[in-house]
Design a protein around this ligand. Structure first.
Ligand SMILES: [Zn+2]
Length: 353
C-alpha cells in the first residue's frame, strides 16, 4: 500500500491525445504509429502499457500493478488482433510494471517470452517478489484505516466526511479488498530473456523493435522500447508526466540516460504514467530539472551541508510550471524533496546497489 499510495500521488492517469480505439474499463487505447498503440491507464489503473501488433505476434510493454488490469488490456488486444502476445517487456522492476506478468502466460501459454535488463530480473527476485509480503500487511492496514474513518464519520484531520467522501472511501475499500485477493494468489512471472545493453527483435518487412539500456536512471535497470521506423519510444518511468518516482533512482546518472533517450529519433513517447507525449518538449523539461537538481545538490554536498540543510538550500520552484500535473505548489515541493533526498544520498555515496 505504501508503494501504491506514493505512486497514486505521483502518477497521473489522463486521456490519450489520439482517438481512442477501444473502450476498455481501465485503459484508453490509441494508435500512435503504424501497429503501435498506447494504453493509458484510467479508472484507478494508474500505469500505462505500449502494445505493438506485428504480422504474427504482439509485444506488450509493462503489465501494471494488478493482474485484473492486465486481463482488461488483454481483452482489448483480442479485439484489435487475433495474433497472440508473444513478448512482454518489463521496463523496470517496480510492482506497478510487473505484477500483471502472470496474466500473459496464463492466457497465451508458455511460449510468451519476458524480456528485461539483467538488473531488472535480479531486482524482481530480490525486491518485487518480497514486496508482495509488505503489501499483504500494508493493504489490510489501509482497509482498516478507511473502515475506521467510515465508522467514525471523520477524515484523518477529524473533519466530518461528506457523502461524496463516504462513497469514495467505500469504493476504495472494495478496490483494495479485490487487490488483496489478487496479492494472496500472486506469482510474478520472471524474465526469460535478459540482456546487458540492447536486444533487437527483427521483423523482416515490418519493423525492428529495439529494447535499449542506456545506464542507471529511475532504477538500475530501466529500458526503453524504441521503434525507429514508426519514430515512437515507450519509456517506462524514465519519463512520465511529472517528476518520476525517486525512491530507487540514480539522479546523477539519470540525466545522461535521459539525454541518450532524447537523442533517439522519435516523435511520440509512451510514458510509464500520464498521457502520450507528442514531441520532445517534456523530456527536455525533465532533463533541465534533473540538471538543476544535481548541480544544486552537488554544490550543497561540497559545502558540507546535511540532508536537511540541502533540502532548505535547493530551490527548484522555477521548474514548477513545467510539471502542470501537480495541482498545488505543495504537491510539486513534495516531489522535489523526494528528489533532493535521493540525489543527496547518491552524491554522498550512500546508495548501495
Ligand atoms: Zn517505476
Amino acid at each position: 500500500m505504501r508503494f501504491v499510495r506514493v505512486c497514486a500521488l505521483l502518477c497521473f492517469a489522463g486521456v490519450a491525445a489520439a482517438a481512442v480505439l477501444a473502450d476498455a474499463q481501465f485503459f484508453d487505447v490509441s494508435q500512435v504509429g503504424d501497429g503501435v498503440y498506447a494504453a493509458i491507464g484510467k479508472n484507478g489503473a494508474f500505469c500505462n502499457a505500449a502494445v505493438i501488433v506485428n504480422k504474427n505476434d504482439v509485444l506488450v510493454v509493462d503489465t501494471h500493478l494488478r493482474p485484473v488490469w492486465a486481463h482488461d488490456l488483454i481483452g482489448q488486444i483480442k479485439k484489435m488482433t487475433d495474433k497472440p502476445v508473444r513478448y512482454v517487456v518489463n521496463t523496470h522492476w517496480h510492482p506497478d510494471h510487473v505484477q500483471g506478468n502472470e496474466a500473459y502466460v496464463n492466457v497465451f501459454g508458455p511460449n510468451v517470452e519476458y524480456l528485461a535488463q539483467h538488473n531488472t530480473r535480479d531486482d524482481m527476485i530480490h525486491k518485487a517478489i518480497p514486496s508482495i509480503q509488505d503489501s499483504l500487511k500494508d493493504v489490510p492496514e489501509g482497509i482498516a484505516r478507511m473502515e475506521k474513518a467510515l465508522t467514525e464519520g471523520k477524515d484523518s484531520q477529524g473533519q466530518p466526511l461528506t457523502d461524496e467522501q463516504r462513497t469514495n472511501i467505500q469504493k476504495q475499500i472494495e478496490d483494495q479488498k479485490a487487490y488483496l485477493g489478487e496479492l494472496k494468489q500472486m506469482q510474478i512471472t520472471l524474465p526469460t530473456i535478459t540482456f546487458e545493453r540492447s536486444l533487437y527483435l527483427h521483423k523482416p518487412g515490418e519493423r525492428t523493435i529495439q529494447i535499449l539500456y542506456f545506464g542507471k536512471g529511475h532504477t538500475r535497470g530501466d529500458v526503453v522500447v524504441y521503434m525507429p521506423k514508426e519514430k515512437v519510444v515507450a519509456t517506462g518511468d524514465l519519463l512520465t508526466s511529472g517528476i518520476p518516482f525517486m525512491r530507487d533512482a540514480y539522479p546523477v546518472e539519470w540525466t545522461a540516460t535521459l539525454e541518450a533517450v532524447q537523442g533517439l529519433d522519435w516523435n511520440a513517447a509512451i510514458p510509464g504514467h500520464g498521457d502520450v507525449q507528442q514531441g520532445k518538449a517534456q523530456i527536455g523539461k525533465l532533463i533541465s530539472f534533473m540538471k538543476d537538481l544535481v548541480a544544486q545538490v552537488k554544490a550543497a554536498v561540497a559545502a558540507g551541508k546535511s540532508l536537511e540543510e540541502t533540502k532548505r538550500a535547493v530551490t527548484l520552484t522555477s521548474h514548477a510550471a513545467d510539471f502542470p500535473v501537480y495541482k498545488t505548489a505543495a504537491a510539486f515541493q513534495r516531489n522535489v524533496d523526494a528528489a533532493v533526498d535521493r540525489c543527496w544520498n547518491e552524491v554522498s555515496g550512500k546508495i548501495q546497489d
